[in-house]
Design a protein around this ligand. Structure first.
Ligand SMILES: [Zn+2]
Ligand SMILES: [Zn+2]
Length: 151
């Protein structure tokens, strides 16, 4: 399976100022966690600029989102309102990368960070077994997907 690019960044004040100026289709737009933005492109696709969802965009039809762009090795970021890919997999998962993005759609990628998180939750479940809280975390774990730990 194709992985997700593991490049991350902190949105800088210039890019945030740009993003704030862009009109929003909703009164209270959703923002990414601006201090831990992870590129959405798949790691098999060569790309000069990393790109990630930053904020709900200005338009509804077609739907747009504000994306943060940054360069791997050079400073400088910018925010841009772009149409969303919206390609759908057979289970109805919708790709939220910008339209005509390089590489695989979001639903065809696995995220190395998610795998690390699942491993941590599996450990937590194992540790909580004697305490009787296991059920709660097992439900949460199921939402993360992937292979169940089987403990
Ligand atoms: Zn990237
Ligand atoms: Zn896509």
């Amino acid at each position: 399976m194709i992985g997700r690019c593991d490049a991350t960044t902190v949105a800088d004040t210039d890019a945030l100022a740009q993003a704030i100026k862009i009109e929003s289709r909703v009164d209270d737009p959703d923002w990414a966690e601006v201090d831990a933005v992870q590129c959405q492109v798949s790691d098999d696709a060569p790309h000069v600029f990393h790109v990630a969802f930053l904020r709900d965009g200005a338009q509804r039809e077609p739907s747009t989102d504000v994306f943060l762009h940054w360069h791997q090795d050079m400073p400088g970021q910018w925010a841009e309102d772009l149409p969303v890919c919206e390609s759908e997999d057979p289970t109805g998962d919708i790709c939220t990368i910008y339209r005509d993005h390089p590489g695989a759609c979001e639903w065809a990628q696995f995220n190395p960070f998610d795998i690390a998180l699942r491993a941590q939750v599996d450990q937590l479940i194992a540790a909580l077994k004697p305490v009787g809280l296991r059920g709660t975390f097992t439900k949460w774990r199921a939402r993360l997907g992937g292979d169940q730990g089987g403990h």
